[in-house]
Design a protein around this ligand. Sequence first.
Ligand SMILES: [Zn+2]
Ligand SMILES: [Zn+2]
Length: 408
Amino acid sequence: MTTLTDRMTSALEQYSAWQEPILEDLHRHPELSMLEERTREIVAEHLTESGFTVQHIGGGVVGVLENGEGPAVLLRADIDGLPVKEASGLPYASEHTQTGADGKKQPTMHACGHDFHTVAGLGAARLLAAHRGDWSGTFIALFQPGEEIAAGAAAMVADGLVDKIPTPQACLGQHVLTSPAAGKVAVAPGPVLSSSVSMRVLVHGAGSHGSMPHLGIDPVVLASAIVGRIQTLVAREIAPGDFGVVTVGALHAGTSANIIPDRAELALNFRAYSEEVLDHLVEGVQRIVRAECVAARSPKAPEFELFNRYPVTDNDPDVAARVREAFEGQLGPERVETMAPVTASEDFSVIPEAFGAPYCYWGVGAYAEGREAAPNHSPLWAPDLQPTLRVATEAAASAVLALLGHRR
Ligand SMILES: [Zn+2]
Ligand SMILES: [Zn+2]
C-alpha cells in the first residue's frame, strides 16, 4: 500500500480551512530571494507547532521529525517571490513592496507559485506529524530560500546542511505549473527540467565620430555579427535530437546616433537537458565572440562572466516509479500524467546532490481545464486556489509516505 491511510485522508479534508488563510497571507506578502524573513518565521512557527525540531540554515528553515526505525525522506519547498507587480486581480493580490539587495524598492509577487509549495509543505508536515502511528522513519521538511536567483539551495549547503540534519535516502520536490490541468499531477523518470546558465559578455571597440567609422572600431557591428553567428550553434553543432537554447536577452551599446561607442555588452541565457550540451554551448559562444573580436580588430580581449547556473533536474527512475505509484493510488491513475520535459530550471537538485541521494521532482496542475493560463512569472499568474493547494498537499504527503517505513 502506498496511499494515505483513511484517517489521514479524512484529516486532510479538514485542512483547507487552516491552509487557505496561510496561503492568502503569504500571497499578500511575497518576499524577494534571500530576503524571506517573514515567510521563514511563519514556516518555523507552524513546524514547531506540529512538533518538528526546527533549524534555520542558510536562509532557509528545516524541520526534522524523527519517528523510529526506517528511512529518512526529505521534502523541499521553495519560498521566495519575484520582483513583479501583480496584476492578477485576485482578492488576495499582493500590494507588497520590498527593498531588494540592490537598495531599490520593488513591488513583489508570488508569480511562480512558491506560496503553494510552502503551504503544501506545511500541510504535509502537519499531516504526517499528526499520524505518527501510521509510519516510521524520519521526515525532513525543508523550506528553501532564493530559488529564483539560483542561490538558496547552495546557501543552505554552504551553511552546513549536510552535517546539521539526518541524511535522506530520497529527496522530493514539486512545482505548480500551467500543465497538467488543476486536479492532476505529472511525473516522469529522467530529465524533467533543463540545466541553465547566464553569461555577460563585454566586447571592446574604439570610439569615433559617426561620420568617421574608419578611425574607430565599431562594437555595434561586432556585437551584431556575434548575435548572428551564435544562431549557428544550436542549428549546426548540436545533434538534432538534443535540446539546447541560446538566447541573447540583452544587447547594449552606444548613446547617440552620431557616435561610434567603444564597447558593447550582451547578456545571454543557455538551456539544455545535459551538462555536456550546456558546456558545449557556453564554450561555443566564447569561441565565436573571440573569433569575431579578432575579425573586427577589437583592441582588447572580450570579457566573460557566468552567473545563475542551475543544474539539470534528472529524476531517479526508481524513486520516480514509487512516487508515480503513490500518486496513482492516492489520486487515481486518470489524474496522473507523464511529465513532458520543461525548459525552465531549478536549483532543487543541489540539495540531493549534496547528500548523494536520489530524487524526484514533479509538476502539479494549477489551472482548471480550459481556463486561459497565465504562465509562471507573469503578472497575471493566478492559479485556482483549489483544487491546486489540496492536490499539492496530497501529492507531497503521499510521495513522502510511500518512501517512509510503514506500520499498520
Ligand atoms: Zn520561478
Ligand atoms: Zn518556481
